[in-house]
Design a protein around this ligand. Sequence first.
Ligand SMILES: [Zn+2]
Length: 262
Amino acid sequence: MKWKTFAIGWSLALALLLFAARKPPMPEQNSHGHVIDLTHNLNDRSPNWEGTKESPFQAKEQGNLDRDGYYSRIFTTQEHYGTHLDAPAHFARGMWTVDEIPAERLVRPLVVLDVQTQTRNNPHYEVSVQDISDWEDAHGAIPSGAVVMAYTGWDYRWNRPKEFHNLQEDGLPHFPGFSLEAVEFLVKTRQVVGLGIDTMSVDKGATTTYPVHRFTSQASVYHVENVANLGQVPPAGATVVVAPVKLENGSGAPVRLLALVK
Ligand SMILES: [Zn+2]
């Protein structure tokens, strides 16, 4: 008995020595395949919709390790800041708020439309029915109930908020989005449950009427905006996990967005 106790004690001490205060190594790949993070860090340096100097995100230290023995903060943020979700309630009365979107709609097949070539010299580009048709020629019909994201390449500007926002003399930001025609096609014929894009909005920047937002909200379709790393995801075959903070009555919320790739 004594020897056993000693052996257990010794291996525990060894384990503590090896793992104490270390970040653990990467676990082995799970059955879902590998995981790509489609989320920008939430901080006060990200582009913001209003283009204000003061960030809509603030974090204040509350607990301090030296002083209190633990570290914690209070943070505040705009609902539509950083990589975030738009709930249908954002543009339509009586539709789902963030907490009401059924969880089944948050883990779905992911389709990525690569429109970098089209947007390279055109910040007003709108994803077209032709782009969808080209994707389907290569990969087959978009699966029913998918989330469709546009990879415009705009996220290379993320660390330069002024360029990302791209405010022009007309007082409007200028960046690519989806055309209403393409979105109507996706929702009505492919039963898409969510849209995503690596710009600030699924509507192109230079609009004051937000036709895509108004249509999708009425159709109970959500959006994810300011998506990161779409260039790392294959155009077909991935699964997306859309995990917003479950904010009651939220018109939108910061989201943790992950792609599972076989
Ligand atoms: Zn939006």
